[in-house]
Design a protein around this ligand. Sequence first.
Ligand code: SAM
Length: 281
Amino acid sequence: MTEWVEKNKAHFNEAASTYNAKFSKTILQIIDKIQARRDWIGVDWIEDSSEDSENSNSSAANPSAGNEGKTVKLLDYACGTGLISRAFAPYVSQCIGVDISESMVNEYNAGATNQGIAEDEMHAVVGDLIAPTPSATLSGAKFEGFDIAAVGMGWHHFENPLLAAHRLADRLKVGGVLFIIDFLPFDDPKSAQAQAHSHGASHHHAHEEGKGKHSENEEISHQAVRFITHFGFSEDEMMKVFESAGVGGGFEYMTLGEGTVFKHSGQDMKRSVFMARGTKL
Ligand SMILES: C[S@@+](CC[C@H](N)C(=O)[O-])C[C@H]1O[C@@H](n2cnc3c(N)ncnc32)[C@H](O)[C@@H]1O
């Protein structure tokens, strides 16, 4: 494991127990946005029958007649506490989460258990697909032939996003979809501040956020950049990555509205979010 991955893992192990509470509003907003665009994502989903049932968000827990025997397998990579799995659960038969942080994986599995979802329908394991050699825990038929591989807000944490795309593409069946949701390009807060300091100019980034005192903003910015490798991804960058990994079929990229609010140290920071999808050829 590289030093970078170790740092990310330690950070998310510490963040795991409060992650859902801290980001509850944002998580719900993103789930809504994803579900509203599921036709655009373009997987042959299981028809959602949960609208007839008030107590389940798992399709396999409540199959409708038309879905008999149909399987749709989701790989929720960098799953965290399970945002992506929650978004897709009504439309797939199985969610498999993978994350480098054991505490995130524990949160994911506790969430599934608390909702009464069986392990063969929703379960996460610790593993790293982007390591020079993918973790042995991720070998075998269970971790292959996915209909969709998705990464929610994890892309900017990867040391090598291109390698990630290739490794995820390997796990898709032909016709399967790679789906990414992450940030549009934004300024590196560290370099924006360094520039402002060295030129004695106004603190552009801090003022742009428009919230809190200068020192707090500095703290927030440093926290935000400590565990990320990339400051967002443009459509062109994403298209090249998808094409290189062999998942460029029907590539599409859309930005989501006004921007989504993320909290850092109690402060709101608005970032624009994109979704990208492509089919394995
Ligand atoms: C911001 S969280 C997003 C979690 C979840 N997908 C969501 O949308 O709420 C980023 C996650 O990426 C995981 N992560 C970072 N690097 C990873 C890697 N190389 N392989 C797998 N997971 C990784 C972290 O442990 C963390 O759970």
